[in-house]
Design a protein around this ligand. Structure first.
Ligand code: SF4
Ligand code: SF4
Length: 220
């Protein structure tokens, strides 16, 4: 078994739902990089290891965001990523670096990376849909000093094209008014959530409508 396959196996043992690799240099021309500008982290060598963690809708608290502390689910992903970084160094003498979540903090476009690593596809809800987890999955990534071949990227299946798209019609902010995702409208909902939480001393529970109504991918 090669190091990349071994690392994927180790990631799953550590608790990740899915994991995969993509050459770091290929992210330079990812769809988001082309439309929104270069990612915060760029490397011409090595690879990006993407980790996905299923966020069970039965446990919404995994997604509750706290100022300065991210979410419980994201903290689990960070712990898995850090354990992998140490394992790569100690067992294989390979350098790795856990990347920040936000692009503007030096991160990457995680959804692009997940699709390019072959973990899933972008649904009409603008989320990555992963077989077995649907859209209820969150991602983190590490840069790894390991060259890997480019995997086959996930492609949207006919199922999604033929679906009546409740992800779009049920959006409370009409963020898909013309069938395309409009980030500004979705972000307004986040602002509403923040204002609602002000003074209540509770973590933020963001809108997940376009994720939770999606039937795709949940049964593997
Ligand atoms: S709800 Fe339907 S159209 Fe929307 S992402 Fe899911 S499968 Fe695709
Ligand atoms: S998260 Fe909510 S507001 Fe944003 S696009 Fe999805 S359904 Fe609309």
């Amino acid at each position: 078994m090669g190091v990349a396959a071994e690392a994927v196996k180790m990631a799953r043992e550590l608790g990740a739902t899915v994991a995969g690799f993509v050459p770091a240099k290929s992210l330079k021309n990812s769809p988001s990089a082309r439309s929104a500008g270069p990612p915060g982290f760029r490397a011409g060598t090595g690879s990006i290891m993407v980790l996905g963690l299923y966020h069970d809708p039965e446990h919404p608290e995994m997604d509750w965001w706290e100022e300065g502390a991210s979410t419980p689910g994201d903290r689990m992903l960070q712990q898995i990523a850090e354990a992998l970084r140490k394992w790569l160094k100690e067992v294989h003498r390979i350098d790795a670096r856990v990347l920040p979540y936000q692009v503007h903090d030096g991160g990457i476009y995680l959804k692009d990376a997940a699709v390019m690593a072959g973990l899933g596809f972008i649904g009409r809800n603008n989320l990555v849909i992963v077989p077995g987890s649907g859209a209820s999955i969150r991602f983190r990534a590490l840069w790894v000093d390991l060259e890997v071949p480019k995997p086959r990227a996930g492609r949207r299946p006919a199922f999604c094209e033929e679906c009546p798209a409740p992800c779009q019609t049920k959006c409370p902010m009409h963020a898909f008014v013309d069938g395309r995702y409009h980030r500004a409208e979705c972000l307004k909902r986040i602002d509403v959530n923040k204002k609602t939480a002000t003074g209540e001393r509770r973590p933020l529970d963001h809108c997940r409508v376009c994720e939770l109504v999606c039937p795709s991918g949940r049964d593997g």
